[in-house]
Design a protein around this ligand. Structure first.
Ligand code: C2E
Ligand code: MG
Ligand code: MG
Ligand code: MG
Length: 294
């Protein structure tokens, strides 16, 4: 608690800290109660497209939390708390199971052989063999080929305990789960990492993509990342594509895949199913149907 007669700034700083600690504590309690039955959670899926053909090659699973009174809470807010408190472990297990269950449902509509779901893994999930066992168990339970799953990890996740992270990722790759590097360009982005960790693909961070239209440095960076990756035999997806200028620049630069609001926003499993079947969902220019969720 701040001293009542302390200096103004000092007091405010303490109050602010205290407020944050309290709200983190509250969110932690709310997360703990939400993982009793997971009913407040939902997985949304955002398509990844082949930039040449426009075909959906796979999707990324993105977690959504709808709090009973506060409404939708951003994963950018609650994932770090789930991670810091270890809640990410049961939550991550639920995500794997939910994704596998959804794939099995879509499977009845003859998915493209290469279609996959990419799961985001938090740094903590890379340590110890737990996530590997969970992935293997759930693939088996829903009778799915391991190639149906990819994992996305960040460079920071690889750095904290390299050996342990490498062991986990190697065992995932050995059973056929691809490993992708997320938010590429924002961390340490060492070329050594791409080789050392046998990365299958990388995702160019949205911050490089968003300025393609007016920043020639970002255009140069995107092109350089793509050609470097291809020379190492690594595939590339650009995230956060919002304009046709960005999309055509990236496809000219030979970027393999693209993801972003220009093509589709993250959507519930049922909507994706319709999209995969090619029935409803005539794309409106700004995907109004999904505007609600963000
Ligand atoms: P990320 O893995 O880099 O996911 C991409 C984020 O960019 C998603 O935000 C997505 O909705 C958003 N996005 C996609 N296209 C566009 C676009 O064209 N424009 C803009 N402005 N944004 C776009 P989201 O769903 O809020 O997730 C934020 C972050 O939270 C993710 O970043 C990921 O780090 C984390 N996250 C989300 N779901 C999970 C999960 O299931 N497990 C873990 N461990 N982390 C997750
Ligand atoms: Mg991701
Ligand atoms: Mg990303
Ligand atoms: Mg990102």
């Amino acid at each position: 608690t701040a001293k009542s007669n302390g200096k103004g700034n000092f007091c405010q700083f303490n109050y602010e800290m205290e407020r944050q600690v309290l709200s983190r504590g509250l969110m932690e309690r709310e997360l703990r109660s939400a993982i009793m039955d997971f009913s407040q959670f939902q997985l949304f899926y955002q398509p990844k497209l082949d930039l040449i053909t426009g075909n959906i090659v796979g999707v990324e699973a993105l977690l959504r939390w709808t709090h009973p009174s506060k409404g939708s809470i951003s994963p950018a807010k609650f994932i770090p708390i789930a991670e810091a408190t270890g809640i990410i472990n049961p939550l991550g297990e639920w995500i794997v199971q939910q994704a596998c269950r959804d794939i099995q449902n879509w499977n009845s509509h003859a998915l493209h052989p290469d279609f996959h779901v990419a799961l985001n893994l938090s740094p903590k999930q890379l340590y110890g063999g737990k996530v590997f066992n969970i992935l293997r168990q759930q693939l088996k339970r829903y009778d799915l080929d391991a190639s149906r799953l990819h994992v996305e990890v960040t460079e920071t996740a690889l750095m904290s305990d390299k050996n342990s992270a490498k062991e986990t990722l190697d065992s995932l790759r050995n059973i056929g789960i691809e490993v992708w590097l997320d938010d590429f360009g924002t961390g340490y982005s060492s070329l050594g990492y791409l080789r050392e960790f046998n990365i299958d693909g990388l995702k160019i961070d949205r911050s490089f993509v968003s300025d393609i239209d007016n920043d020639s440095n970002d255009r140069t960076l995107c092109s350089a990342i793509i050609s470097m990756a291809h020379q190492l035999g690594i595939k590339v997806v650009a995230e956060g594509i919002e304009t046709t200028t960005q999309s055509s620049f990236l496809s000219d630069a030979k970027c393999d895949y693209g993801q972003g609001y220009l093509f589709a926003k993250p959507m519930p499993a049922g909507d994706l199913e319709q999209k995969l079947r090619g029935t409803s969902l005539q794309e409106t220019p700004n995907n109004e149907i999904y505007m609600k969720e963000l």
